[in-house]
Design a protein. Structure first.
Length: 214
């Protein structure tokens, strides 16, 4: 055997070099894999959707709040609104069931990049306190429970998640997000009545005839 080793030492050296090269390649691949995992973990977004209701000395309010509790920006690709499982373009039906006299504010989510720690209020509806009772407020909150919002968003590395319709539940991983230009909350602007122009109360100047002197 020693004779074979002496006569084939070049082949053994080549095999040893190949083994060392394969080991180095594996170590480099493993380090790259760990580095990629660390990069993804450093920018993972996590959107949390919560409904809210508030009372102040002057008003009652209900609405939705979205917060990015992750460590990276959330690129929001699409927002879907449903009522009792049926997809809705806007919350128009919900608004129609509310007591009158409310003020509504909204903001766009679709296409938005939410930074880590950022909070958005896609919709907020408020009433003057004297125009609404607590029972009416609780009724409005109960009606809102039948509505669900799903947000599909991605990280900067195109890893995507979809929020659960249950507020505060953990988002689930999805392969991709459908890209949409529609937003159920900014479309509310088209539903708001345009106030009629106020009548012009300024009367045209009346010319007074001047009597000629004969």
């Amino acid at each position: 055997m020693w004779t074979w080793i002496k006569t084939n030492h070049q082949a053994l050296t080549a095999v040893g070099a190949m083994v060392v090269g394969l080991a180095a390649l594996f170590v480099a691949w493993d380090q790259a894999r760990v580095m990629r995992a660390q990069q993804h973990a450093a920018v993972v977004p996590a959107l949390q959707v919560d409904g809210f209701q508030s009372t102040t000395p002057n008003s009652y309010a209900i609405g939705l709040r979205v917060q990015n509790t992750g460590v990276g920006p959330a690129m929001i690709q699409s927002v879907t609104l449903t009522q009792n499982g049926e997809v809705r373009a806007t919350p128009e039906a919900f608004l129609a069931s509310l007591p009158e006299g409310y003020d509504i504010s909204w903001t766009q989510l679709t296409g938005r990049a939410m930074a880590a720690g950022e909070t958005a209020t896609p919709i907020s509806i408020a009433w003057p306190r004297e125009s609404m009772t607590l029972d009416q407020l609780y009724t409005a909150v109960s009606a809102w429970d039948g509505w669900e919002i799903q947000i599909c968003y991605c990280s900067v590395f195109d890893r995507c998640w979809q929020t659960s319709p249950v507020g505060g539940a953990r988002a689930r991983r999805v392969s991709h997000c459908p890209v949409s230009d529609d937003d159920p909350f900014t479309d509310l602007g088209a539903l708001q009545p345009v106030p009629a122009p106020e009548p012009d109360t300024e009367s045209e100047p009346v010319e007074t005839p001047v009597e000629s002197q004969g």
